[in-house]
Design a protein around this ligand. Structure first.
Ligand SMILES: [Zn+2]
Length: 368
């Protein structure tokens, strides 16, 4: 039986929750992990119209891109938009899961989908990302216990990198110690300086699983006092959100806007000379205008994003860069639809529906 927990776990594999921007409240927002899921709805926004549709089809799970709660609530009442929706869901036993900036940054997520629709080639990631919240766990262990320890640490959530699990590195060395009176050494004798061949084993661990991992380490390690280090990876930023790639042929800014209008079903506004030739294009769905300098540094001629504020449009065009504002909905809805398709492939026993509001309703603009 598919449960909310199975869906959360699978999304975590393709778009790790910990890769979300700091403070972005992704994951389970309303409901219980144990709830069974037979019918589910996916939508870009947590709009009233999407909520009504979810209730109409009897969905037990609603997956959105934009989270319902962004700030802590002091009370849950129908007087606020969030409270009203949360109560609506709770009364129907419906769970809400949001895959937001983790899905923007993920391989195959919102921004890869955008890059694909625009026909970009040699696509790579650029831009800042959430700060790393992982550490490196290093432990010294006799060779005979290495595989068992890797298994135990993997079960506790260590060693996950993208779609790979149980990732570890190990190498041989020599450990030395002198056991004191009252100790009970697994190897060697009390009072004697011992030298033993040991393996140095390294695995990544998300900080929120650190306590569990150290518990598993102590349990699986044969020594009374296992030696281990926890090294925080503070400066490591492994999840850049933007994408940059080569257009199939150089396009004038004006023609690029026409292409975007056609493939995204939108109407772009542009900043920069309409004759400007664009070869390398950066894309960031939603509100990505503040990444234009990162895009420029990464070698792009232009950045296509959802929304462009006036001051960014001005600065970018004055520095010889170009910006395209293609609409928040148009730049993020395709990637959200892709998530629904992937969920339907992965969990065929669940009836999935992608919700698209009518133009002018539910956060979807009308393009004239
Ligand atoms: Zn958005």
């Amino acid at each position: 039986m598919v449960t909310v927990a199975s869906v959360l776990e699978w999304i975590n594999r393709i778009a790790p929750w910990r890769s979300a921007y700091e403070g972005d409240p992704v994951g389970l927002q309303v409901g219980s992990k144990d709830s069974p899921v037979r019918k589910a709805l996916v939508s870009l926004d947590r709009s009233d119209s999407a909520a009504s549709r979810a209730a109409e089809i009897g969905a037990e799970l609603w997956v959105t891109h934009h989270p319902l709660f962004f700030r802590p609530l002091a009370r849950l009442s129908p007087d606020t938009e969030e409270g009203r929706l949360a109560l609506f869901l709770a009364q129907r036993g419906m769970s809400l899961v949001s895959a937001h900036t983790n899905w923007d940054a993920a391989r195959g997520g919102v921004n890869d989908t955008l890059a694909e629709l625009l026909g970009l080639r040699d696509v790579r990631a650029f831009g800042p990302s959430g700060p790393s919240n992982e550490s490196k766990l290093v432990v010294f262990v006799p060779e005979a216990n290495v595989e068992g320890l890797i298994d135990a640490l993997a079960a506790a959530g260590c060693g996950e990198i993208g779609l790979y699990r149980r990732c570890a590195f190990f190498g041989a060395g020599t450990g030395t110690f002198q056991a004191l009176e009252g100790s009970n050494p697994t190897v060697g004798q009390v009072g004697r300086v011992e030298k033993l061949p040991e393996i140095r084993l390294e695995m990544l661990v998300p900080n929120e699983r650190l306590e569990r991992a150290i518990g598993a380490l102590r349990h699986a390690h044969p020594y009374e006092e296992p030696a281990y280090d926890v090294i925080p990876l503070g400066d490591r930023k492994p999840w850049p959100i933007g994408r940059i790639g080569q257009l199939t042929e150089p396009l004038r800014l004006e023609d690029l806007a026409r292409l975007a209008n056609r493939v995204l079903g939108t109407r772009c506004s542009t900043w920069g000379s309409s004759d400007r030739a664009v070869r390398r294009l950066a894309v960031v769905g939603g509100s990505g205008d503040d990444l234009w300098q990162d895009a420029q540094r990464a070698g792009a001629d232009a950045l296509l994003t959802g929304e462009v504020r006036q001051h960014h449009g001005l600065s970018a065009s004055e520095s010889g860069f170009a910006l395209l504002s293609a609409g928040h909905y148009a730049t993020e809805n395709p990637g959200t639809r892709r998530l629904c398709e992937l969920l339907a492939d992965r969990f065929p026993e669940v009836e999935w529906e992608f919700f698209e509001p009518d133009p002018g309703e539910g956060g979807r603009p009308v393009e004239w």
